[in-house]
Design a protein around this ligand. Structure first.
Ligand code: AMP
Ligand code: GLY
Length: 428
């Protein structure tokens, strides 16, 4: 089988790494990919948004399966276009990708299907939004409807902050069209976890739970980022809770969106808050999480290519993933300044020092090879991953890699997994 992976980050490196282990897979291409995955996948100079060029490539090179990493191409309809051309692709159509592409659509579908989520209102008029805000308790959450590169959700701890967020979205159009509609929602407190499912239109398989660390600094301080680290499994998520998440969240949504004429095929990712009233949905994404994928795939013992192909062909009932019981932890190494304007072009060293470390992996994101040198070219530069019999052991290994890889301005969180370790200890 020949596979095309679309995207360029740590998530895509992890996908390529796992797919390359499949006996079904003969060759992998990545568009555009990154230098770190070059040994496993041939990079193509086609950016992820060039739908027609990607389909032309898949068509003329006999690609058997295309796997889409980022949300942008999905929300813009890459799957619809590939399907028109009878090319096999893993991911939701434009209609189904509205679950991520429009927060208003997603909230309305959840309401219709009785899925537990924060109470909300949807507004495109500033005066109405401000009037509604007066009735809300603080903190309150303001979200731009459309894609906003992870920056569209504002947790406002004062009324002034909420007014500012609403004004900048609806009046000043800081997010452009994406903010021309907003969701104002109830603030939920609890532990945040990510649960992803592989879906084939009808059937679904939940993957193991993981927890991301979205804030830039230790102790969940600082600005939101694309994710600074993750671990899996999550001790707070019990098997009984996974049953509830399946029955009360995933099944109704997969059924509901199919009934609307847009069956969902691909990865459905639920960002959940474990509240005192049970798990509630903060948001849906329609693709693999980054950095969640970097801890999920090292724990997947069975064949990823077989799983994704079965989903793309609507026969998910034929496969069953097998999981490693070990824990995996990922520490993201970021450039100075990230998530704001960040440094680039710093030389990276230390690769030799990690070559022989057991049960570790290094996924590249913002790196580039220039002759014999490696340099930084992005905000999130690497995902350092460790596996272990316990979460402590996995973290220890990930942190050895995080320390040994060097570049000027490198920063990473030192408290990945700390909440789980604390939680586990207090229940002993
Ligand atoms: P979203 O883009 O919807 O995932 O929101 C980004 C982040 O904002 C989430 O990961 C949460 O940490 C936080 N957040 C979103 N919605 C809520 C909510 N209703 N209550 C509390 N925190 C929230
Ligand atoms: N880890 C958050 C995301 O992938 O959206």
């Amino acid at each position: 089988m020949k596979i095309l992976v679309i995207g360029a980050g740590g998530r895509e490196h992890a996908l390529v790494w796992k797919l390359s282990q499949s006996p079904l897979v003969k060759k992998i291409f990545a568009a555009p990919g990154n230098s770190g995955m070059a040994r496993l996948a041939e990079g193509l100079p086609i950016p992820a948004h060039k739908t027609v060029e990607l389909a032309d490539f898949a068509d003329s090179n006999g690609i058997d399966l295309t796997v889409v990493g980022p949300e942008g191409p999905l929300v813009h309809g890459i799957v619809d276009y590939f399907k028109e051309r009878r090319l096999t692709i893993f991911g939701p159509t434009k209609g189904a990708a509205r679950l991520e592409g429009s927060k208003a659509f997603s909230k309305q579908l959840m309401e219709k299907c009785g899925v537990p989520t924060a109470r909300f209102g949807i507004f495109s008029d500033l005066t109405e939004a401000l009037a509604h805000l007066e009735k809300c308790s603080i903190p309150v959450v303001v979200k731009a409807d459309g894609l906003a590169a992870g920056k569209g959700a504002v947790v406002a701890h004062t009324r002034e902050e909420a007014i500012y967020a609403l004004t900048s979205m609806l009046k000043d159009k800081t997010f452009g069209e994406a903010g021309s509609k907003v969701v104002i929602e109830e603030y939920l407190s609890g532990e945040e976890v990510s649960v992803l499912a592989v879906v084939d239109g009808n059937h679904l398989i939940l993957l193991e739970p993981s927890q991301d660390h979205k804030r830039a600094l230790d102790g969940d301080q600082g600005p939101n980022t694309g994710g600074m680290g993750a671990y899996s499994p999550v001790p707070m998520v019990t098997p009984q809770m996974m049953g509830q998440i399946r029955g009360k969240i995933f099944e109704p949504v997969v059924r509901g969106i199919a009934e609307q004429g847009s069956p969902f095929q691909g990865i459905l990712y639920a960002g959940l808050m474990l509240t005192a009233d049970g798990p509630k949905v903060l948001e849906f994404n329609v693709r693999f999480g980054d950095p969640e994928t970097q801890v999920l795939l090292p724990r997947l013992k069975s064949d990823l290519a077989e799983l994704l192909l079965a989903a793309a062909q609507g026969r998910l009932q034929e496969v069953r993933p097998v999981w490693d019981t070990r824990a995996a932890a990922c520490v993201v190494l970021a450039s100075q300044g990230y998530p704001g304007k960040y440094d680039m072009g710093r030389e990276i060293t230390g690769f030799k020092d990690i070559e022989d470390l057991p049960e570790t992996l290094l996924f590249h994101a913002g790196t580039k090879r220039e002759g014999e040198r490696w340099i930084t070219v992005g905000g999130r530069v690497f995902s350092a991953v460790g596996l272990g019999d316990t979460l402590e052991a996995a973290l220890e290994r990930a942190y050895v890699v995080a320390e040994k890889i060097q570049f000027e301005g490198k920063h990473f969180r030192r408290d990945i997994g700390a909440r789980a370790l604390k939680g586990v200890k207090s229940t002993r």
